[in-house]
Design a binder for this molecule. Structure first.
Ligand SMILES: *Cc1c(COP(=O)(O)O)cnc(C)c1O
Length: 424
């Protein structure tokens, strides 16, 4: 064990880990699509640091933007003050959002962006004089973050509802959409949704969904028709639609926003993860003109939220630089190329004894296993293949940086297949 890992084990707590994390690898540096470990080994990054590093590591355009901002203004409180990087970022996000959402509320992380979206929905119904409309409808198999409001709309079984029973808000859940991305829906597929809308019409404030791709709740890609039906039901009942595009935003699914696969626009949109290209922590919640109008005209007339590091200027500069890179449009061809490479490279996993399903959408590849993986065993096996893959439960999945070349992509899929083939 390296000295750094030994020190880590004494004082550091890692995500979804016991007090002492295992297995653990020390990273010395990263460049492009490669992570360099302390012992000199290089790994091809298959995770983009949880969807965020879409341009790879240390992109010069993002680094330059952050350096320049550091010399001018790293951070200033956002209450009563503003600055150019934040204004420009909010203008750009609003202009690019599906449906042209009007206003942007910046925050530090995806979970907080979801809390803000839920609070917006509740304040809308309070301002409308209907405070009893305060429940949220979510989908089974969904994931929206780890804070209390967000946890309450995560899948009630695989989420942490059992652990925190009695402390989470009681929300409503529709069945996980059954039809795959390329499948058509039938009336029966909407029955559960329609029943929930009908039975809870008086108490429903908003629906929250991850459009098309359910991420950490199960890596499931569902039919755009299902998303269109949710939009239609929301329109009929005045219920707000919150799209959580924290994982899917900025091209990952093959469209700039996953909502575009269904041609719909939400009333509230959450983005995060890839917003700064993985450089700094930043998230945003966008609201429609109508949401802003209702909250502004109602009581108390202000939106009750304000993070200390709201609108951090370094993070806004990184986000503007990341959006510059996306503006070139090259991501679209890159993601399409990764989709073809993942299809070809992961096809060989179909039919392996340990494999239940293989699916690919955009630059996301998933190998669903029959049994949960033993992390102590598979994590070092992926590293031995020269790739960085971090499975959870029964899901081995990859979403590499957009700039990965075909050789590295093949090494990634070959490594996945080799490790999955070694499982019984
Ligand atoms: C990661 C994620 C979140 C939470 O974001 P954090 O930055 O980890 O708080 C919320 N929703 C979705 C869909 C996510 O993938």
């Amino acid at each position: 064990m390296s000295e750094l890992v030994a020190r880590d084990r004494r004082h550091v707590w890692h995500p979804y880990a016991g007090p002492v994390a295992s297995p653990l690898f020390a990273v010395e540096s990263a460049q492009g699509v490669r992570l360099r470990l302390e012992d000199g080994r290089e790994l091809i990054d298959g995770m983009s640091s949880w969807w965020s590093a879409i341009h790879g590591y240390r992109h010069p355009h993002i680094e330059e933007a952050v350096k320049q901002q550091l010399e001018r203004l790293p951070h200033v409180m956002f209450g009563g003050l503003t600055h150019e990087p934040a204004v420009r970022l909010c203008e750009r996000l609003a202009a690019q959002s599906p449906g042209g959402l009007e206003r942007v509320f910046l925050s530090d992380s995806g979970s907080v962006a979801v809390e803000i979206a839920l609070k917006l929905a509740l304040q809308v119904w309070q301002a409308r004089g209907r405070p009893q409309r305060r429940r949220i409808l979510a989908l089974r198999g969904g994931y929206h973050g780890d804070t209390f409001g967000a946890m309450a709309v995560c899948d009630p079984v695989t989420g942490m509802h059992g652990l925190f029973a009695g402390t989470l808000a009681s929300q409503l859940f529709a069945e996980r959409p059954a039809r795959r991305f390329d499948e058509a829906c039938e009336a029966a597929d909407f029955a559960d949704l329609r029943r929930l809308f009908a039975e809870h019409a008086d108490e429903l404030a908003a629906v929250i969904v991850e459009p098309i791709v359910q991420g950490a709740g199960g890596m499931w890609f569902y039919s755009p028709e299902y998303l269109r039906e949710i939009r239609r039901l929301c329109d009929d009942s005045g219920v707000l639609l919150v799209a959580d595009e924290i994982a899917t935003g900025f091209g990952r699914t093959g469209r700039y926003f996953a909502c575009e696969h269904a041609g719909i626009a939400p009333d509230v949109l959450c983005v995060g993860k890839a917003l700064t290209g993985g450089t700094l922590t930043l998230a945003a919640t966008l609201a429609s003109a109508e949401v802003c109008r209702v909250i502004g005209e109602g009581q108390p007339g202000v939106f009750m939220h304000g993070p200390t590091f709201m609108g951090n200027a370094l993070a806004c500069a990184a986000a503007n630089a990341s959006l510059d890179l996306l503006d070139s449009g090259a991501w679209s061809e890159q993601v399409a190329g990764i989709e073809r490479g993942l299809e070809a490279g992961l096809a060989a996993c179909r039919g392996l004894p340990a494999v239940a399903d293989v699916r690919v959408l955009g630059a996301i590849g998933v190998v669903e296993l029959r049994e949960p993986v033993d992390m102590e065993r598979v994590a070092p096996a992926f590293v031995a293949q020269g790739i960085w893959i971090r499975p959870f439960g029964r899901l081995v999945y990859t979403m590499p940086p957009y700039g990965i070349d075909s050789d590295d992509l093949r090494r990634l899929t070959d490594g996945i297949r080799t490790v999955v083939a070694s499982l019984d």
